[in-house]
Design a protein around this ligand. Structure first.
Ligand SMILES: [Zn+2]
Length: 413
């Protein structure tokens, strides 16, 4: 039966419609418009939105579902799609199977396994030895359900070029968490996205300080040196202009740098962290992303780096570079769903208007996924993933926390 929600203000991804309505049938939106100019037939079930705000379901562009045991938390916070960055195909297939079966969890777009050169840098990565192996690998990942590809820390230029070229031929996007190749080189090769703030910027460092990982957590590597980066100059300008000109989506994952143990406080940013997640993040497994062994000077290094990252994000935003919202959930403190709200708040601190912050998690995120018009918007043909809020998200990003109802594929959750 077709359903319409009325008595709401609709934000469809670009416009505000008040009084608005959204009409859907099954899991697909069939109509959006002004509620005072239509008459619904008696076959339409009407839902009273009671003066709330209806927005597209949110998208977190940087998630590792392998490590998420509480998928329903995403939905509780209005996140109805996530982009997975390298989990196992078995886990992704299981998430999708349960999503199709009506389970309360977001849809997972999968960027395949992390692609390295030579040898895998991480248990969840795959490595290519020569570029001739790339087509077969990408075809294999696509068969397993990949929606795009992700270059990883050990990928070299030759692998990067081969992956970007073949993916372009397949019509799929490529993004990168790269630690050695300069971002500008990947942009020239035609990559579609860059992950993390430090990956965009590391080419601007004169050298990268070494961290003795026996003494302290290697997490310090994402900060060391960056605090001294000049945010001006010709190279900076060229890099930002290149990011703009190539229309990539940069996902700076600012929340990844929000230094633990901020989340150890009782309810950081007004979110109470469930005991099972606190216990999870106390496991030694997460040491690689902890502040183990850090000195007070290391904390200062990290704080300075975060200021620099924010400055660059602000500058990129000003120049019109597309910025996507992603978190690296569930790194310690990044609670599924809630972390995305935190990311949007950090973008607001970089000067984003609430509406532009919201676009980072909807319209721009859909572009990164090459799913424009299908998710991240309320328009005919899009999936009926919607969030009903108490308060206007265009007033302040914090109002996104006022979730009253979530519709997942047209079903009220
Ligand atoms: Zn990640």
């Amino acid at each position: 039966m077709p359903t319409a929600i009325i008595n709401v203000t609709v934000w469809d991804g670009s416009r505000t419609i008040s009084p608005g309505f959204v009409l859907w049938e099954g899991e697909t939106i069939t109509g959006v418009g002004r509620a005072d100019t239509v008459r619904f037939s008696s076959s339409v079930r009407l839902v009273d939105g009671k003066g709330g705000w209806l927005i597209p379901g949110l998208i977190d562009l940087h998630v590792h579902v392998d490590e998420v045991k509480t998928p329903e938390l995403f939905v509780r916070y209005g996140v109805t799609s996530v982009r997975d960055m390298g989990s196992s195909p078995r886990v992704v297939a299981e998430w999708r199977r349960r999503w199709r079966a009506g389970d309360k969890r977001p849809y997972v777009y999968w960027m395949g396994r992390n692609i390295d050169t030579g040898k895998p840098s991480w248990w969840e990565a795959v490595a290519v030895r020569k570029p001739a192996e790339v087509p077969a690998l990408l075809e294999h990942l696509r068969k397993l359900g990949a929606d795009g590809f992700k270059l990883y820390v050990n990928a070299d230029r030759i692998t990067a070029g081969a992956v970007i070229d073949y993916a372009r031929w397949m019509g799929l996007p490529v993004t990168a968490h790269h630690e050695t190749i300069p971002a500008s080189e990947l942009l020239r090769l035609g990559i579609s996205g860059i992950e993390h703030a430090h990956c965009m910027l590391h080419e601007l460092l004169a050298s990268r300080p070494r961290i003795d990982e026996k003494r302290k957590s290697g997490y310090l590597r994402v900060f060391a040196g960056f605090g001294r980066l000049s945010t001006e100059g010709e190279r900076v300008q060229r890099l930002m202009e290149l990011a703009y000109a190539t229309s990539i989506v940069w996902t700076p994952t600012l929340s990844l740098y929000d230094i633990p143990p901020w989340w150890k406080s009782k309810s950081p940013a007004g979110v109470s962290i469930p005991a099972d997640w606190r216990a999870e993040w106390s496991r030694p497994y997460w040491d690689f992303i902890s502040t183990r062994g850090w000195t007070p000077a290391d904390f200062r290094t990290a704080e300075r780096a975060v200021e620099v990252y924010k400055h660059f994000v602000r500058e990129a935003y000003r120049l019109g570079v597309l910025i996507g919202a992603g978190t690296d959930t569930p790194a310690p403190g990044l609670l599924p769903g809630a972390a995305l709200h935190h990311e949007l708040r950090l973008l607001a601190e970089c000067g984003f208007s609430p509406e532009d912050a919201l676009r980072a998690a909807t319209v721009t995120a859909a572009k990164a996924l090459r799913q424009e018009g299908k998710v991240g918007v309320l328009q005919p043909g899009a999936r009926a993933d919607m969030v009903l809020l108490e308060k206007s998200p265009l007033e302040r990003v914090e109002n996104l926390f006022t979730v009253r109802k979530v519709y997942l594929r047209g079903r009220e959750i």
